[in-house]
Design a binder for this molecule. Structure first.
Ligand SMILES: [Zn+2]
Ligand SMILES: [Zn+2]
Ligand SMILES: [Zn+2]
Length: 1012
């Protein structure tokens, strides 16, 4: 029998022939082409809520190794912005990827609820109603603050959930909850117990607008213009060493020429508080003579100063080391008091310190001995600068600060009493000019610290504050400090459990033990810590956790010890910290409490509250140790780079006080969201993109895709165009999934799957490629390189699958008999691919991956081994499909040939030689090696190239070309069913418009039909 007779004979049916187009297996799926995320996402969120997805996942991971990401609490004040969205999505990516690696990775979100911005918000709201804060009782005011925070956190929670962030949203931690406030108070008690707390006057950042101390993290540096002045401080001629010094300089102690120390400052208002002048003991200084006066300046700066101050042609009289000046005395430039010459290494000549490096955050005044602008002699006011305080303290100077809360000079300041310091600046400059003590003045633009809330410039001002000492160690009695009223406030700690290490030493050790991503985080953290002064933890506000301390009315002693603090914390736990304001001191103290010093029973309450960074820093203990599913320390903290000096730091301090250890094993940071011009996104400046609007218009998936595709530890760009690109990528990946699902209609893996060795080689090739992608994606996730995971997935979807594999198998899937081995082989591969895609995409495209999952045949069939949501599943395992070592190699070469063929076909299409590629007959000429490879796959080639006919010829080795491709029109007729061209169309009587391949398939279909 010839072929035709065989084919004809196969048709046993006496029924009428099938309608050809009904025999094509067109894709069918309820996985829609158009995602409609704006509607489908909320519907899926509702479904997750109903099925209790978070709890379901938690249950499925019971007993597994834990992985704890501890949430840094966002501030419960305003709506979320793009930066908040980035932060939360990144955390969600970490938690979800670890969950899918099989860890038990709970996520307890939190909110930072206390603090100044909320107070200000409530004050503004009162203002609108024509009321003042003082019209309300403190309890009522705090109630209004609490309400504001509650409302803000509710709306943030709604927005975070909408972004697909999965966690314990029913029970987030709130820094204003009773339990949390109680724990915050107890942790303060812990610092007291270990001897780290003291109260004293120290210069701290002070906002004269908000009238409160500010933490390092609460100031930001902005451009500011200050008056830069060069001022003469005369040598005190009557002081002890003055005569000897003058003799050295001028050769005669009675020389009539006057000697001046030249200082430079950009804060003239601190000059009334000047008590000293600092020089560097190692530098050379020069005495120069001009116009009959002698000036002492740094030798290296003589030339610059001569020019700047128009000193003519000064004569250098002598040079000496800075050390020579120590303890000499100058007179204040205009006040009747001395100014002491001191030596210190903080005096530099190296240009104005970069105020924004973490090292120098303590410098509210720019370093003054600086570069071209300085003189090498630093005006020192111990009440108005950190370095000034430190050196002043070591020389026994008073911590003098004649400036009140509102930034006005107190009455003792001659000439300027009552003036606000910034307003006084020009008056002081004028005053000095008139007195002849000013050599030069000019405007000076520099970076200067401003209040993060009200954006006004801040000052450095010494006030009585509560401090946590970074350097007190080994149960050192805290420094004896005397506050404003001269009361001794040192003897309130109990040092039973002192540790031999200071917080700073412990911190340095722990920073080395933590893993930092990116690695430069470690250096930043170290630098931040190095220059950091003691932590000022008191704030003169009301919306926060009160510092649980009392003052004895009899003897002024401070009562603040662990047992009293823990007693108060117990009351906070029952009644919230409002109790501090609603109860009397007696009601708050243990029953029958009496002063140890004087036996008195009358006490007053401290009015300051704790720094909000103390609140949020307490979370490691107040949350990780209180929620049963969490544990201390956390595996990961993940926040913006501004948190090195913020939350990472306060959390570290509290971890050290509580457990001598860092509360985190690793710390990740992300950059800022910036626009395409590289500017920080800001809603107020109109450059912002609202995450809620993006979600509404395009879907949360698009934002999540944007985050996953970004290199998050650098600044992250966002724009409408960038989001559009994410949308396009989304659409492509969705279509890839849709193709796979559409061709799996009716597939039952238990019944239909083909075993790996029996699969067609191209299908095994696809699975081998999938193995590679699984490995790359999981490795990317593990290393927090979400963008590499994303790119691996995107390329797999668009190149490996859409442009290659799917293109090639389409014909087989559509035209082979539905149950044929060839089709089942492709479907088996597709089933693996769709399953793996759902799992690998799940952490990023949380909604879409779950939708893919639901449409997997095995999930639809209710396979017992598959959870109802992809989010409870785990990452796929590699199938080891690439064990045939040469296979990937061979196919890679075949795809090279294919690329050339496709290019040639495209050319033929442009020249209108062919329309569809199926109208082509491709003639491939190639040299032996490639020829032999192609020859092996001879029958596959037409499918690989998607043409009707392929012929192969061998090229002579001497030929210049390696590969030559020609396109001709295919021979024969177009098959009505598969659109391939064949010379045999018309040969088959039952199906005269079908090709020989289709006729064979039709025979199978008819047989299947009659068997069914
Ligand atoms: Zn302010
Ligand atoms: Zn007393
Ligand atoms: Zn056909």
């Amino acid at each position: 029998m010839d072929g035709r007779a065989l084919k004809e004979a196969r048709f046993m049916s006496t029924e009428t022939p099938l309608e050809l187009k009904k025999t094509v297996n067109l894709p069918k799926t309820s996985f829609a082409q158009k995602a409609n995320l704006g509607q489908s996402e909320p519907a899926r969120l509702k479904k997750w809520a109903e099925m209790g997805l978070y709890e379901l996942i938690q249950r499925s991971r019971e007993g597994r190794e834990k992985f704890v990401l501890h949430d840094g609490p966002p501030y419960a004040n305003a709506d979320i912005h793009l930066g908040t969205a980035l932060n939360k999505i990144l955390k969600d990516l970490v938690v979800r990827t670890r969950t899918m690696m099989g860890y038990d990775a709970p996520y307890v979100p939190g909110y930072d609820c206390h603090g100044l911005p909320i107070e200000q918000h409530v004050e503004r709201a009162l203002d609108k109603k024509g009321k003042k804060k003082s019209d309300l009782s403190l309890e009522s005011f705090r109630r209004a603050c609490r309400e504001h925070a509650s409302n803000a956190l509710k709306s943030q929670t709604r927005d975070f959930k909408r972004l697909g962030i999965l966690g314990l949203w029913e029970n987030p931690y709130l820094t204003m909850s009773n339990e949390y406030e109680a724990e915050t108070a107890r942790l303060f008690g812990r610092f007291v117990e270990r001897g780290y707390v003291y109260k004293g006057a120290r210069p701290v950042y002070w906002c004269i607008h908000d009238q409160t101390a500010l933490a390092e993290a609460e100031v930001e540096y902005r451009e500011h213009t200050s008056p830069s002045v060069y001022v003469k401080f005369p040598l005190a001629e009557d002081a002890l060493d003055a005569k000897a010094f003058k003799r050295e300089l001028l050769g005669d102690e009675d020389d009539p020429r006057r000697v001046f120390f030249l200082i430079w400052t950009t804060t003239p208002w601190t000059l009334p508080s000047n008590l000293g002048i600092a020089v560097n003991p190692q530098f050379d200084y020069a005495a120069i003579e001009t116009n009959g006066e002698v000036y002492i300046v740094a030798d290296e700066l003589v030339e610059t100063l001569t020019e700047k101050l128009s000193l003519g042609e000064p004569k250098v009289l002598t040079r000496f080391m800075g050390a020579r000046l120590e303890r000499l005395e100058a007179r204040h430039a205009w006040l009747d008091r001395p100014s002491l010459l001191m030596v210190g290494d903080h005096v530099t000549l190296g240009g104005e310190a970069d105020a924004e490096t973490e090292l120098d955050v303590s410098e509210a005044r720019p370093r003054e001995a600086t570069g071209k602008a300085g003189t090498g002699l630093v005006h020192t006011a111990p009440g108005h600068g950190h370095d000034d305080f430190v050196i002043g303290k070591s020389y026994g100077l008073e911590i003098y600060c004649p400036v009140d809360n509102a930034g006005r000079f107190t009455p003792e300041v001659e000439h300027f009493a009552g003036e606000s310091v910034f307003e006084a600046n020009p008056h002081i400059v004028e005053f000095m000019r008139e007195r002849g003590v000013l050599l030069f003045a000019e405007d000076y633009a520099h970076r200067y610290p401003h209040c993060w809330r009200c954006k006004n410039p801040v000052i450095f001002r010494a006030t009585p504050q509560w401090f946590i000492s970074l350097d007190a160690a080994s149960g050192d009695a805290p420094e004896v400090e005397t506050d404003d009223d001269g009361r001794d406030r040192s003897n309130f700690t109990d040092n039973e459990e002192a540790t031999p290490e200071s917080l700073r030493d412990m911190a340095v050790r722990e920073i080395g033990a933590v893993e930092w991503f990116p690695t430069w985080g470690e250096g930043r953290m170290r630098n931040m810590l190095k220059g950091r002064p003691d932590w000022c933890v008191s704030r003169q506000r009301v919306w926060g956790v009160p510092i649980p301390a009392f003052y004895c009315s009899g003897c002024d002693a401070i009562v603040a010890n662990a047992s009293v603090i823990n007693h108060v914390a117990g009351i906070f736990e029952r009644e919230s910290s409002d109790a501090w304001y609603t109860r009397t001191a007696t009601e708050l103290l243990p029953e029958g409490f009496a002063c140890e010093g004087c036996g008195g029973r009358e006490f007053t309450k401290e009015t300051d509250i704790l720094d909000v960074w103390f609140d949020s820093g307490s979370s490691s203990v107040a949350v990780l140790e209180k929620y049963g599913e969490l544990r201390w320390p956390a595996d990961v903290y993940l926040e913006g780079g501004d948190q090195y000096r913020g939350w990472f730091n306060s959390s570290l301090m509290i971890g050290l006080a509580a457990h001598d250890r860092a509360p985190y094993k690793s710390v990740l940071t992300h950059g800022w969201v910036i626009n395409v011009q590289g500017q920080k996104m800001s809603k107020s400046e109109g450059t912002g993109i609202s995450p809620n609007e993006v979600v509404k218009d395009s879907g949360a998936e698009i934002l999540r895709l944007w985050v996953a595709s970004s290199v998050f530890y650098e600044d992250v760009r966002c724009s409408d165009e960038i989001l559009q690109r994410a949308s396009d990528a989304y659409r492509k990946m969705r279509n890839t999934a849709r193709f796979a699902l559409g061709n799996l209609d009716g597939f039952d893996s238990a019944r239909d799957a083909v075993s790996l060795p029996e699969m067609l080689e191209i299908d095994r090739w696809a699975l081998a490629e999938l193995d590679g992608v699984i490995a790359r994606v999981i490795e990317g996730y593990r290393a927090y390189e979400f963008h590499t995971a994303y790119h691996a997935l995107y390329n797999f979807c668009t190149v490996t699958l859409s442009a290659r594999y799917f293109d090639i198998i389409k014909d087989r899937l559509y035209t082979a008999a539905p149950r044929s081995h060839a089709r089942r082989s492709a479907q088996t591969a597709l089933n693996h691919i769709a399953d793996a895609l759902a799992r690998l995409l799940a952490p990023i495209l949380v909604f879409t991956a779950d939708e893919i999952w639901e449409n997997l045949p095995d999930v639809k069939n209710g396979s017992a081994s598959l959870p109802p949501s992809v989010h409870a599943a785990e990452f796929p395992l590699a199938l080891s499909a690439g064990r045939d070592a040469g296979m990937l190699e061979r196919w890679s070469r075949m795809f090279d040939v294919r690329d050339t063929v496709l290019r040639t076909l495209e050319g033929a299409r442009v020249e209108k030689l062919i329309g569809s590629s199926l109208e082509a007959h491709v003639r491939v000429e190639t040299k032996r090696k490639t020829y032999e490879l192609l020859q092996q796959y001879r029958e596959e080639l037409r499918y690989l190239f998607i043409v009707s006919q392929v012929s192969l010829t061998i090229l002579d080795e001497a030929d210049a070309e390696e590969l030559r491709v020609r396109v001709e029109r295919a021979e024969g007729q177009k098959c009505e069913r598969c659109w391939n061209y064949s010379a045999r169309v018309g040969e088959f009587t039952r199906y005269p418009s079908a090709c020989e391949r289709c006729v064979e398939a039709l025979a199978e279909i008819e047989a299947e039909g009659s068997a069914a």
